[in-house]
Design a protein around this ligand. Sequence first.
Ligand SMILES: *Cc1c(COP(=O)(O)O)cnc(C)c1O
Length: 609
Amino acid sequence: MKLKVCGMKYPDNITQVSELQPDYMGFIFYEKSSRYFDQLIPNVPDTIKKTGVFVNEELNTVIKKINKYNLQAIQLHGEESPYYCNILRSTKLISSTKPIEIIKVFSIKDEFNFDVLTPYEEVCDYFLFDTKGKLPGGNGYTFNWNILNNYPSTKPFFLSGGIGLDEVEDIKKFKQSEASKYCYALDLNSQFEKEPALKNISMLKEFKNKLSNKTMPNYNVNEKGYYGEFGGAFIPEMLYPNVEELRQNYLKIMAEPDFQKEFNQLLKDYVGRPSPLYFAKRLSEKYNTKIYLKREDLNHTGAHKINNTIGQILMAQRLGKTRIIAETGAGQHGVATATVCALMGLECIVYMGEIDIARQAPNVARMKMLGAKVVPALSGSRTLKDATNEAIRDWINNPVDTHYIIGSAIGPHPYPDMVTRFQAVISEEIKWQLNEQEGRENPDYVVACIGGGSNAAGTYYHFLHDEDVGIIAVEAAGLGVDSGESAATSVLGKEGIIHGCKTLLMQTNDGQITEPYSISAGLDYPGVGPMHAHLSKTGRAEFMSITDSDAMDAGLELSKLEGIIPAIETSHALAIFKYKTFKPDDVVVMSLSGRGDKDLNTYIDYFKL
Ligand SMILES: *Cc1c(COP(=O)(O)O)cnc(C)c1O
């Protein structure tokens, strides 16, 4: 269950509570309340939804507060009509691409007529059940939760009213009951206060700990840059200042309202977000389960990679960098980087193996049109890893003015975490989009293909700690896992160091990196990002390997069933339905990471089209 801490007022207290990472934080804009809020909200992480609480307020005033405080949710405590809720819900936000969440409150004492909910079913996102008292909200005692046994709706609700440390055991019991099936969140307020609006941090902590008492591993990165035993920053000493500068600043910069605003605006107006969450009807019928496709293929430049390059170019600007370098294998990341450099008018140098330059002529041409300089890597096997070496060499020589844009959830800390956070917009959108379509935020499964693991990391991010969401990672088995021609890192890989981090890596017995193979250039990588190595090792994610031929068939199938030609990387994810059976009412959300235009020649040659 999610947590909401309501009735915040004092800046330092707000900051302390935000460190506990509740899911919602409530501010009461009702003048008669002793918790009335009329100040400024200090920086709180974007993952905490700022909720405005109102009682029969004029719509105009509510909308003004939404914009002033960048509120993500509105809680209505008065006699607001369904019409009123509907207007608020369709209000377009200046600062965000997401619709505002509407929480309508109903007060319960000894009995409750659930019929009053019906007109609100279509116009709000959540109900909130509170204890009926003299004044709206904050009465300090609980109502009889058994009444909720008769809850006739499937709309998720917040449970509120007098919840405190003494209720932990009751809540655990409640969780076992039928009545809790749609209980989405707990709303905490007066029982955790030293005085009105001043929250007691240690009590909140204790409540959180007592309630969870399971110890789920942490799947996020720790301060040292590790996911379990994987990650870290294994870099030449001369690179240390560059990486350290980024490490010290990336979270701070990402939390700045100005950064958030520009990032969200560009994702909306330039990339075209939110990308649709599309219910694939015919594909679902064929595999007898509910399949939703997260349409990253519809982004500008045709894949998810642009989410990350937009984020990193804004980061580079704020660090005062004027020159951008990148390395690319197939050219997709090179194009996404050249695109954002053109957008911002920054110098762009892309390193690419000489062999890859010859193989990927259209992408080389794109980069040149976008104003980038493509520099061939002439050493070694003249492919991706040689290009990476060249890029690192460049960065060492240009530590002051240059930012190195890494294109996947790989590299030395903080890159994997930074890239993951930029791509996390994918799962953030999935949550509210699925809520709109299915009435719940969590699917039963999230699925993504894995090269280095950036589209996967973004797709999983907001579900990592929800055990009821299964995570499936799909790797390229090439000509077969045992063929010697594959990129199935989780099966074949051993712990090793690549691109500055410790992770699973395909290597020979004496530690030489094995040349990977896949028909899709984007999955043709000998390692996986450290988060995925950890997800594999802990069993949190189920890893599957898909061969070239199964992927190609699945790509053709999606084209014929849904009118969508996917990138061959994505086709690997689509092929799992041949091997894994889902239940008819399972909701499976798959990242459709990119479109197939770039792969047309491969499809033509393979199917003799
Ligand atoms: C690059 C790419 C991938 C693989 O990269 P990840 O970092 O693992 O997401 C997958 N799909 C498409 C369409 C790509 O362009």
